[in-house]
Design a protein around this ligand. Structure first.
Ligand code: FES
Length: 103
């Protein structure tokens, strides 16, 4: 899936992400700054926080209970479309996905 990360300064980073890869690992591979992924994707750090673009929020879905709780512990303010990107997994239905990186 083609994924675009929009940085806080407006810069965009685009990468082709293999199906099954989570968006935290994908961001690391694409050298997207600001997505740390300290816990390696096990849902215990909240440093992989992104804002899903409004147009994609429905397709990426809602955070589950654990993720929802962790989203209250992010550095940047939580928004309606906040997700932990290690919990979003690339698939054909997310081709074109746009994620905004918090400042
Ligand atoms: Fe730690 Fe996503 S990488 S919660």
């Amino acid at each position: 899936a083609k994924v675009t990360w929009i940085l806080a300064d407006g810069r965009a980073i685009v990468a082709e992400v293999a199906d099954g890869t989570n968006m935290m690992n994908a961001a690391a591979m694409a050298n997207v700054p600001g997505i740390i992924g300290e816990c390696g994707g096990c849902l215990s750090c909240a440093t992989c926080h992104v804002y899903v673009d409004e147009a994609w929020a429905e397709r990426t879905g809602e955070p589950d209970g654990t993720e929802d709780a962790m989203l209250d512990a992010t550095d940047a303010p939580r928004r309606e479309t906040s997700r932990l990107s290690c919990q979003i997994v690339a698939s054909g239905s997310l081709d074109g996905l746009v994620l905004h990186v918090p400042a």
